[in-house]
Design a protein around this ligand. Structure first.
Ligand code: CDP
Length: 226
């Protein structure tokens, strides 16, 4: 599948990586520091999963799901996702959505529609950071910087565990690690636009790095080029 975002954008940063590798945390801070627009593509796949789950829609009901995506307005305001003017940020971050999102994101027709949403959302941006799974390979193949964030499943599970516990979501650490490994497998092995390290990506392994160190590392790379 080919999709490339080229319109009107000057500096493009692609951030990819497996589940809970810190992409959105890093991208948010970086976008603030650089004053770039930020699009969290995982949030869009989560939004569709949330609606499908809430309304109990059959994933094969392409007509109904396409209609919902095409007739909805998605926007990010202060890095929170709004769908038709309703903030769905809390709902889409719940673990039940994390468990179901990979199957939804593997549907080729859904990927085509979400890529259209990404294009519409980013059309007016001059400088942009986009994060996800296929950003360096499919969405922004000509990005100025392609970052691939990684960390061991244990560390990633621990980070997600803390995040969910802080939100009062009851989760079990070992179970979370299993779910993360399973989601990575699913995302990396799907037929369409799988999670893959772009040939020209800069790989950053964050096991021994804190958030500030990762942000500064990418900031320095980009700043030297501005
Ligand atoms: O935050 P976390 O790393 O858990 O995941 P996310 O970035 O919110 O993405 C949720 C899911 O959406 C991923 O597991 C993928 O299945 C899917 N996704 C995708 O297929 N392509 C993207 N560009 C972004 C996310």
């Amino acid at each position: 599948m080919s999709f490339s975002l080229t319109m009107g954008v000057y500096m493009k940063i692609a951030i990819d990586g497996p589940a809970s590798s810190g992409k959105s945390t890093i991208a948010k801070l970086l976008s603030k520091k650089l004053k770039f627009e930020y699009i969290d593509t995982g949030a869009l796949y989560r939004a569709i999963t949330y609606i499908i789950n809430k309304e109990n829609i059959d994933l094969q009901d392409e007509y109904k799901i396409s209609n919902i995506i095409n007739s909805s307005i998605f926007r990010f305001d202060k890095n929170k996702l709004y769908m038709n003017d309703i903030c769905i940020e809390t709902e889409i971050r719940k673990n039940i959505i994390s468990k179901k999102v990979s199957e939804v994101a593997a549907q080729p027709y859904i990927r085509i529609l979400i890529n259209k949403v990404i294009r519409n959302t980013s059309d007016n941006s001059e400088n942009i950071i986009i994060d996800g799974r296929d950003i360096g390979t499919v969405v922004l193949p000509d990005a100025n910087f392609k970052i691939y964030l990684d960390a061991s499943p244990k560390i990633r599970a621990k980070r997600r565990y803390i995040e969910l516990i802080e939100k009062n979501e009851p989760v079990i650490l070992e179970k979370l690690e299993e779910e993360i490994i399973e989601r990575d497998y699913y995302d990396s092995n799907r037929a369409v636009d799988p999670l893959k390290i772009a040939d020209d990506a800069i790989i950053i392994v964050t096991d021994d790095m804190n958030i500030g160190q990762v942000v500064n590392k990418i900031y320095d790379l980009v700043n030297n080029d501005l």
